[in-house]
Ligand binder design. Structure first.
Ligand SMILES: C[S@@+](CC[C@H](N)C(=O)[O-])C[C@H]1O[C@@H](n2cnc3c(N)ncnc32)[C@H](O)[C@@H]1O
Length: 347
């Protein structure tokens, strides 16, 4: 067997840039090498806890970790990128706070707070970086070194990219459509549980066999398209969003386009409709197998009964609103992502 040819210096440098791109999507890496200064404290009660991470780069360890024995050229290139581009552009700190339900006994609240804060850090820290920017920049630098290197994103990278694009889209929605933040009711009309929730939710649907090839999923009130994008990219199902606000649907389309820079989206498997979903001429709900309704308002803006009425027998409704009129015409399924699920039964 002929000996494999050792990689050239530029090929090695390309792999180092891709390794950094991958590492920036990993909260354990970020905490170990970049955000190493940590402070945590209870915030006025034993059921509310905050963690603050501040940037303090362990540069030598980081270079050793990513370069191993990659050689001087790749090491120098990484060092230059870190000092000139990455480190000056990273957010200075990351703060997260968690509330533990009052039902948790005081002697367990500390442990529960810590566990919840750790989960939130693992989910949110990578998305708090301008990851989309680093992804593009490091991909470009890797291909400049080695045009033949493989740059397709890993799942974690795509998730960090989705998280970052979602945050930007949410910020744009706040800025462009301030009327959607209805302070008077004490809730935001436009709310989203974020991409970590959406990914977890889709994984649970997959596990429960509710998102298969050919399944038609609809998000009733799809906002900026977070759930639709997640169903599209993380499952083989068809995803439809129906949203009454045209500005939000425009943002949803932009989100899909941004994501398509990493993975092409299939127009045959995703669609966004604008209009009032309560009007049957706008959307025929009987064509869908799984209907997701997330209405965070205290009052029933989107009523479960009104939706169930228009679903076909056998379809599944996932909703934080309980059916009343239809309570004896549904089979209650296991919760999905902490939200109740119902299958519509024949009358
Ligand atoms: C809380 S957001 C949910 C966003 C999205 N489903 C998610 O989970 O990320 C609720 C959305 O429902 C939309 N909405 C409310 N009533 C609607 C209706 N009758 N028809 C279509 N959209 C509606 C609102 O404009 C808002 O964007």
């Amino acid at each position: 067997m002929p000996e494999p040819t050792p990689p050239t210096d530029p090929q090695t440098a390309a792999q180092v840039f891709l390794a950094l791109r991958h590492a920036l999507a990993d909260s354990a890496f970020l905490r170990r090498y970049l955000y190493t200064e940590e402070s945590a404290r209870f915030l006025g009660s034993t059921h509310k806890y905050g963690i603050r991470l501040a940037i303090q780069v362990q540069e030598l360890d980081l270079i050793r970790h990513l370069c191993g024995n990659a050689g001087a050229e790749a090491t120098n290139k990484l060092q230059t990128y870190l000092s000139r581009r990455l480190i000056p552009s990273l957010p200075a700190e990351f703060v997260t706070a968690v509330d533990v339900p009052a039902s948790v006994p005081t002697d367990q609240s500390g442990d529960r707070c810590r566990a919840l804060a750790e989960q939130s850090l693992a989910r949110e820290l990578p998305a708090s970086l301008p990851y989309a920017h680093y992804f593009m920049e490091l991909t470009r630098m890797a291909t400049q070194q080695d045009p033949r290197c493989v740059t397709s994103p890993r799942l974690e990278e795509f998730s960090a990219y989705l998280g970052h694009c979602h945050r930007n889209t949410m910020a744009k929605a706040r800025h462009r459509h301030p009327e959607l933040w209805d302070q008077t009711q004490g809730h935001y009309v436009l709310d989203s549980r974020g991409t970590s929730f959406a990914i977890h939710f889709v994984q649970q649907l997959l596990r429960q066999n509710l998102l298969n090839p050919g399944t038609r999923f609809i998000d009733f009130g799809s906002g900026i398209g977070t759930m639709i994008a997640t169903v599209h990219y993380y499952s083989p199902a068809h995803a439809t969003g129906i949203e009454q606000h045209p500005g939000l649907n425009r943002l949803a389309l932009c989100l899909l386009k941004k994501l398509s820079r990493l993975k092409a989206y299939s127009r045959a498997h995703v669609s966004l409709k604008t209009g009032n979903a309560f009007h049957p001429e706008v959307i025929d709900l009987s064509r869908y197998d799984v209907c997701y309704v997330y209405s965070p308002l205290g009052i029933d803006v989107i009523k479960a009964d009104a939706v169930l009425d228009r679903l076909r027998v056998g379809a599944v409704l996932i909703s934080n609103r309980r059916p009343r009129r239809f309570h004896d015409r549904v089979e209650t399924l296991p919760e999905i992502g902490g939200i109740a699920a119902y299958r519509k039964l024949a009358p």
